[in-house]
Design a protein around this ligand. Sequence first.
Ligand code: PA5
Length: 360
Amino acid sequence: MANVLDDRAAIARYDGGGMLEAIPRLAEQLADGWARSRSLELPASHRDPDSVTVLGMGGSAIGADLVRAIFSDRLRVPLVTVRDYDLPAHAGPRTLIVAASHSGATEETLSALAQAISRGCPVAAIGTGGPLMAAARKGALPHLEYAGEAQPRASVGSGVALLAGLLDRAGSLAVSGEEFAEASASVHEMASRCGPSVPTEQNPAKQLAWSLVDRLPVVEAGGFLGPVARRWKTQLNENAKTVAAWEELPEATHNAVVGYAQPETLHERTFVVFLASPDDHPRVALRRSLSIDLLAERQIGHEVVAVGGRGRLAQAFSAIALGDFTSVYLAILYGLDPTPVAAITYVKERLAMADPDAVD
Ligand code: PA5
């Protein structure tokens, strides 16, 4: 049988929005975002905060989760991601608020931002334009702007580099340009292994896509790779338009590990991907292998993806690139263009038409 993933013309036909070409560009975003952040001047009110709260949704929120996890060994203050309309009560004048929105028009982010401003919190913004950047310019708020041609989810390199760079300028995190260079190199390395010209026999992303087709993908990871598992799940949702789940280790061995039992009819329709770093806590590695024993007993498909790269940032972006490629190839196996997200557009358009206070 012909393998559509080895048919360049078919791939180009399905990937009309160019999502495959967007993945290696994460490398440039990392370098560019870090460089942009070097010229940011923060006023005293924004430096050395007691905590950081990032406001964002979807593709603009995951960058905050990644920064929190990747740099958890160095972040000097707690970092909270708020994916909601309301700012938590704990945010105050010593909380640095970063509103992150690719479009700059996301209503949950703008709502929480308005609360932060009226509460007197120090506020900064990251985005490509829209009402968020207009508000930042009008209110003379510190802001970092990046080019907006990619989809929000295809801009995660910018999101991570700009936020980490901003926190470095705020004195909450010390990062180096070399780390971003390593992460860029790891994206290029993964792209050279997973690009469309690499045939399925040598291409880990195409092989994974074949394992996931017509199955429920579940992605498990521990430590700093936890949010990378979440990123895989959301990329599978948005690119491949499939249901997917993610689980964090060691927590998954306290609940999710039980839940693979039922429904039994799902056993042959489930595939679990474990993201494994050489830097995982040894007990997490043991919990992963015990989880695998239990999956094997039930004959549930699974695979361990060994994540490489020098340093956590490089490892995270290597795994992100692999997940992105996998999700795009899975879209093609379903005969779909990975780029459009009609369901998200539907919800946003209907919300824009609705009474702002309507609840149903
Ligand atoms: O991937 C997407 O398109 C979404 O998850 C968006 O990121 C989300 O809807 C928020 O929009 P924005 O990133 O423009 O703030």
